[in-house]
Design a protein around this ligand. Structure first.
Ligand SMILES: [Zn+2]
Length: 100
C-alpha cells in the first residue's frame, strides 16, 4: 500500500477502530515512514487536546436555561411559520369531505 492509502486509514487507526491485521501492517509502515508517523502523532495530540478542553468546559445552569428557552422559542416560531405557509397542504382528506 502507498502512503496515501495509509493516510486514509490514519483516523481509524488513531481511533483504535482498525482491524487487527491492518493495525499490525499500519504499525509496520509507521516504523519506516516519517510522514505517516508524524501524521499519527499530530492527530493523537489534537485528539487529546480536544478531549482535555471539552471535558473541562462546563456551562452554568442559567446559561443552559437561556439557551434552551431560545431554542424552544425559535423552534415554535419555525413550526408556526411552516404551518401557516403550508396550511392548505396539510389538510387531510376527511377534512375535505366535511367542507364540501
Ligand atoms: Zn507513509
Amino acid at each position: 500500500m502507498r502512503c496515501e492509502d495509509w493516510q486514509i486509514l490514519i483516523d481509524t487507526y488513531v481511533d483504535n477502530s482498525l482491524d487487527e491485521t491492518l493495525t499490525l501492517r499500519m504499525e509496520k509502515h509507521l516504523l519506516s515512514c516519517a510522514a505517516c508517523s508524524y501524521e499519527v502523532h499530530s492527530l493523537r495530540q489534537s485528539v487529546s487536546l480536544l478531549k482535555a478542553n471539552v471535558e473541562s468546559f462546563e456551562t452554568t445552569p442559567q446559561y443552559r436555561e437561556r439557551t434552551l428557552a431560545a431554542l424552544l422559542s425559535e423552534h415554535q416560531q419555525g413550526v408556526s411559520s411552516i404551518s401557516q405557509e403550508n396550511n392548505t397542504q396539510w389538510t387531510l382528506p376527511f377534512n375535505l369531505e366535511k367542507e364540501k
